[in-house]
Design a protein around this ligand. Structure first.
Ligand SMILES: [Zn+2]
Ligand SMILES: [Zn+2]
Length: 244
C-alpha cells in the first residue's frame, strides 16, 4: 500500500515537475521517497550489488571476499584509492554518454549525488580537484563534465574546489588506445596549473573527481602531479569504473 501511495505520489509530483522526477538512469518515474536522490531504488540497488566487492586500491569489482585485484598485488600507483558508483555499462554508461556527448548537462545534479555517496565511502579529504579535460574538447562541448560533477560535490560536501590541474595540448584521443598506450600517452599529459591556488595544496588530502575511470592511467598521472606538489593523499571518486 505504501509503495502504491509512493508510486502515485511520485507520478503526481513527476507530472507537476516534468522530467526531473524520472530516474536519471533508467527513466522510470521516481517514488516520492527518492525524488531528491534522482535515481530509482532499482538502479541504486543494482549499482550497490555490482560494487559490493571491489579492489581496495583501484576499485574494480573482485570476487566476493577478495580485497585486491590481481594487478594491485604487484603494481604501485600514485593515488591511494579509487571508488566508483557503478560499472560503466547499461543505463549508467548511457547517462554518462548523455551528459558528456549529448549535452544533457542537467544530469550533473543526480549524478553528482551519486558521487557524493561515493566520496562518503572514502577517507575524508580537504579539497576537491577535477580531472582536467583537453581545452579543445571543452570548446567543442561547451562545458567540462568532470568540473560540473566536482562543483556538485563541492556544494554537497562543503569542500573547496581547486582547479589545480591542467592538461597539456594533445591531438591524440584516449578512446580506442590500448591499455598500455593509455598509460604511456597520459604520463606527461597532466601538469600543475599556474595559479597560486593550484600551488597551495601541499599537506592536504585531495578528492580527485572524474566521470569514468577506465585503466586508471589518467587518475594516476593526476595523482603523480599532486603528490609531487606535496599532497599527502589522493582519493579518486568516479561515477563509473570499467570492469577488467
Ligand atoms: Zn532507475
Ligand atoms: Zn586493483
Amino acid at each position: 500500500m505504501i509503495a502504491l501511495v509512493n508510486d502515485i505520489g511520485g507520478r503526481f509530483v513527476g507530472f507537476l515537475m516534468g522530467v526531473t522526477c524520472r530516474c536519471a538512469l533508467c527513466g522510470d518515474v521516481l517514488s516520492t521517497d527518492v525524488l531528491d536522490r534522482g535515481i530509482c531504488s532499482a538502479c541504486a540497488s543494482r549499482m550497490a550489488a555490482e560494487m559490493r566487492w571491489t579492489c581496495r586500491i583501484c576499485g574494480v569489482p573482485v570476487r566476493p571476499g577478495q580485497g585486491y585485484c590481481p594487478a594491485c598485488t604487484t603494481k604501485a600507483y600514485w593515488f591511494d584509492a579509487i571508488k566508483a558508483a557503478g560499472i560503466y555499462h547499461g543505463s549508467l554508461k548511457e547517462a554518462v554518454i548523455r551528459m558528456k556527448y549529448r549535452g544533457e548537462r542537467n544530469l550533473r545534479t543526480p549524478l553528482g549525488k551519486l558521487l557524493i555517496n561515493v566520496a562518503l565511502k572514502l577517507p575524508p579529504c580537504d579539497v576537491i580537484v577535477p580531472v582536467p579535460i583537453d581545452p579543445a574538447r571543452k570548446g567543442l562541448r561547451g562545458f567540462d563534465q568532470a568540473r560540473d560533477l566536482a562543483e556538485e560535490l563541492s556544494r554537497g560536501l562543503g569542500l573547496d574546489l581547486n582547479d589545480a590541474l591542467e592538461r597539456r595540448k594533445s591531438n591524440i584521443s584516449m578512446t580506442g588506445l590500448s591499455r598500455r598506450d593509455r598509460w604511456e600517452e597520459v604520463k606527461d599529459a597532466i601538469k600543475l596549473g599556474s595559479s597560486s591556488r593550484a600551488r597551495r595544496l601541499a599537506g592536504s588530502r585531495v578528492l580527485l573527481v572524474d566521470d569514468v575511470v577506465t585503466t586508471g592511467a589518467t587518475a594516476n598521472a593526476c595523482s603523480r602531479v599532486l603528490k609531487k606538489a606535496g599532497v599527502v593523499e589522493v582519493y579518486v571518486a568516479a561515477l563509473a569504473r570499467t570492469a577488467i
